[in-house]
Design a protein around this ligand. Structure first.
Ligand code: SF4
Length: 171
């Protein structure tokens, strides 16, 4: 049976997933070796059980993000913080500089009328490891495709990822 791979998009811009698509023809080799079972590239509504590896993009900014992250952690053997927003909070956590939630909601009040299903914000934006155990950190904004490949290949083969010095630099 092939390993089960998932990806998840929380409080991020989707740029990390765009970089995943930059794997180009390697995606064909990858999908020969794994079953992609969840993520924004698929129309699957519920995060499945028994996932081997999940790449989680974005920081935790609202209650939906937090619920999805806990689900991913409970149902996956290996969880990878995917990109700088997941690893440090990065761009998404700039919202923490905007003051208390009441002030933010004040500014968002026209939007609340427009979209009543807006998920409730958490008081602060945090990276993934604030809430759950993270197995690997894949840095970069976004991580480049070569770095994603190095980490994903190693993890799927049960090896520790060995990044080159160039891959260890940010970008
Ligand atoms: S790390 Fe960069 S590319 Fe990835 S979600 Fe955050 S802002 Fe977007």
């Amino acid at each position: 049976m092939k390993p089960r791979l998932a990806t998840m998009w929380l409080g991020g811009c989707s740029g990390c997933h765009m970089s995943f698509l930059d794997l180009d023809e390697y995606l064909i080799d990858l999908f020969d070796k794994v079953d992609l079972v969840y993520g924004p590239l698929l129309d699957v509504k519920e995060f499945p059980d028994n996932v081997d590896v999940v790449l989680v993009e974005g920081a935790v900014a609202n209650r939906d993000n937090l619920e999805m992250l806990h689900k991913a952690r409970q149902r996956s053997k290996i969880l990878i913080s995917f990109g700088d927003c997941a690893v440090t909070g990065n761009v998404t956590s700039l919202r923490n500089l905007c003051g208390p939630l009441d002030d933010i909601y004040q500014g968002l009040s026209p939007l609340k009328d427009f979209d009543p299903i807006l998920p409730p914000l958490l008081p602060q934006v945090h990276p993934l490891h604030h809430y759950v155990k993270v197995d690997y950190y894949l840095v970069g904004c976004p991580p480049d495709a070569e770095r994603i490949r190095t980490v994903v290949e190693a993890v799927l083969e049960g090896r520790e990822p060995q990044l080159t010095p160039r891959q260890r630099s940010f970008g």
